[in-house]
Design a protein around this ligand. Sequence first.
Ligand code: DSN
Length: 415
Amino acid sequence: MDHDHVREVDPKVADALESEVDRQRSTLQMIASENHASRAVIDAQGSALTNKYAEGYPGSRYYGGCEYADEVEELAIDRAKELFGAEHVNVQPHAGTQANQAVYFAMLEPGDKILSLDLNHGGHLSHGHPANFTGQLYEVEQYEVDPETGYIDYDGLAEHAAEFEPDIIVSGYSAYPREIEWERIQTVADDVDALHLADIAHITGLVAAGVHPSPVGVADFVTGSTHKTIRSGRGGIVMTSEEFADDIDSAVFPGGQGGPLMHNVAGKAVGFKEALEPEFEEYAAQTVANAEALGESLSDHGFSLVSGGTDNHLVLADLRESHPDTSGGDAEDALEEAGIVLNANTVPGETRSPFDPSGIRAGTPALTTRGFDEDDCRTVGDLIARVVDAPEDESVIAEVRDEVRRLCDENSLYE
Ligand code: DSN
């Protein structure tokens, strides 16, 4: 993957871009929200559409010269409708957070009530965290996972909703390894006359491929990221019914954003086309099988997994029992030195700081893209255990680094 045009102008940035490609090639990307987009998606995102302003929507723009922007956006919308079976799709949100912002802006007034999952239990900043605009503009209360099982406490959610009477309930999570029962949450929302926003940012690809149940047609609004498990162009998406279509479109533009990032919309169109191919279903199923194998391997090494395992693309290990003297941050740093890149993460019942929490979150979307299978992921579990068992042992780290290089060479990337 060359960056010759960049190099002619700016060798320093070209060096950094090439080093980043090398970093991705030679280490294991296990941040659960990351993936490796195809060269086609990357080319579309690096295209001349970056130059184009196209405020408005296809056929109704505020600027001239939008015929190709229209074509690309219509393709992205049509393909997303086909992938998800959605009545109305907006592909302009710059990211998943902006997709959520559009729903709140369209449907809520400042001071209205949001009921969402606590961040330490797997929720997301944009679901009402005090540091986010949602926590400052709206009244937020949070539900939790069952402390015994690590699964969503659906009964607790129903009781909480009956007491709090939220205007909107947010489901869909960032660090929750289990299947989400959308209908159960919809029933709670119906019982308290609340709207329901399902944020499938992490599992967009699993939902598109049918390996996780879909909230489309269940929840009032479904938002997502378009670059995580679905591996298309970087950004966000909102799906809803015709009933809310105009409200959502106005909330995205002009409500919350200016000109759409048309190069990213092109990346979304290309990635959605790839996701419509039968191979994508195999990819999504393999991603889940790989996460299960990784989880089994970590459990065999004595790690305590939140909820005991996984149904999706990620595992969340709580280190407090198995490695009481090692924080998530210590583990993240040692693993990165060994070439395994994942993130420290808060866990239910968190007792450390959010800046150095007690868990590590590991995902398989990117490994699966480069060809890893269950055996490889069991090996990766062995390697993670070796490092976290001895995070300060430089010889272990060096040995694991060699093993990581071998796995990377066997599963090449961006050749
Ligand atoms: N940064 C994403 C994640 O890692 O889950 C969420 O936005």
